[in-house]
Design a protein around this ligand. Structure first.
Ligand code: ATP
Length: 344
């Protein structure tokens, strides 16, 4: 595999304000990366630096082993071979689908241009809509036109800035999976910017989670979910509860959590323990019975909030045939495949 994109300790400033600080990131050819994080954490700033719209104050950005940005040097955007898909799709309203997709292909001869547009339309499944104008398309179709337009000039990397944000929630995840399949089938290297972890999980191979301009954790979706380095990551990625415990205070809970086995944690130690909903399972006959404090219907399952004796709550995902009312005692087993604790 070839290294396609490399950010080495990149910082981006707006006047005296540092919006992204010391960010390092690598993507191999064909990988889909994601810049994930809450609003204002610097995702778009980094994407704009990769696209060449913002200069870097420190560090270097390379695309396919060519330096494209460092302090004092910025290869112009139009020479970078990056494709962009924006949140609002930014289609040209006065051009039909063919015109939009062919917009960046003016350097090609007419025949080659036509062939390339046809190929792109087939790729995104819009051959039958090629004469329509953007306002005659659904949101999902407009999104696919934007994708075809960005991919048509065969960019080195595709930058997707919140590309599903203006679509319905249901459509978002479906499209995220479709777009991933399409990019993977064509070995396209891409970076997605989003604040939605479902989108990030559905699309990316590698996630960089940012907060206040800093990289908090980078890894696969699986690593971020199962091995979060901090409470912030655990809370941002996935659901769950962070229990504050002192071992020995509630022997029944300690037993259920397996905390009295071995020396780690030390007896009496205060710790914070991450419990994901799938770590808490409905188990008829279990001695550990916790009252239902709230429940949410999720279709295939219920998400229950259960109260511990000290008032803390944990979440339990149970099949939808397990129907308990608020106040009922639910017998549960706590099955942590891997224990995630945070020290105070
Ligand atoms: P969102 O998810 O809301 O789009 P983001 O993570 O993409 O947020 P950025 O747009 O990169 O965040 O902004 C990072 C920080 O830089 C924010 O504090 C923002 O206010 C600031 N910022 C962004 N653009 C500028 C600008 N042109 N001038 C000054 N500050 C800016």
């Amino acid at each position: 595999m070839t290294r396609q994109l490399e950010l080495r300790q990149v910082s981006v400033n707006y006047a005296s304000f540092t919006a992204a600080r010391d960010i390092s990131l690598n993507l191999e050819t064909g990988q889909i990366g994601c810049l994930l994080g809450p609003s204002g954490c610097g995702k778009t700033t980094l994407l704009r630096a990769i696209a060449g719209f913002e200069p870097v104050a420190a560090g270097e950005i390379s695309l396919h082993d060519h330096l494209i940005s460092c302090p004092g040097f910025r290869l112009p955007s139009e020479q970078r071979r990056v494709g962009m898909v924006f949140q609002d799709f930014a289609l040209f309203p006065h051009l039909n689908v063919r015109g939009n997709v062919g917009f960046g292909l003016n350097s090609l001869a007419a025949d080659a241009r036509r062939a390339r547009i046809d190929k792109m339309l087939r790729l995104v499944g819009l051959s039958a809509q090629s004469d329509r104008y953007p306002h005659e398309l659904s949101g999902g179709q407009q999104q696919r036109v934007a994708l075809a337009r960005a991919l048509a000039p065969d960019p080195e990397i595709l930058l997707l800035d919140e590309p599903f944000a203006s679509l319905d929630t249901d459509l978002r995840e479906q499209l995220a999976c479709e777009v991933r399949d399409l990019l993977k089938a064509n070995n396209v290297t891409a970076i997605l910017v989003t604040h939605d972890q479902h989108e990030a999980f559905a699309m990316s191979d590698h996630i960089a989670l940012l907060k206040d301009g800093e990289l908090i954790q980078a890894g696969t979706p699986y690593q971020l979910y199962h091995d979060p380095v901090s409470e912030f990551v655990a809370g941002f990625v996935g659901q769950g509860a962070i229990l504050r415990l002192a071992t020995g205070e509630n022997p029944e809970l300690d037993r259920a959590l397996g905390l009295n086995e071995g020396e780690d944690p030390v007896p009496g130690e205060r710790l914070k323990l991450l419990l994901r909903p799938e770590d808490v399972s409905y188990q008829p006959g279990s001695d550990l019975r916790l009252p239902v404090a709230a429940r949410t219907f999720r279709g295939a399952s219920y998400l229950y909030a259960l109260s511990l004796p000290d008032g803390q709550r944990i979440l339990c995902q149970a099949p939808n045939h397990v129907s308990l009312a608020i106040g009922d005692a639910m017998p549960v087993a706590l099955v942590q495949r891997r224990r995630v604790t945070f020290r105070n």
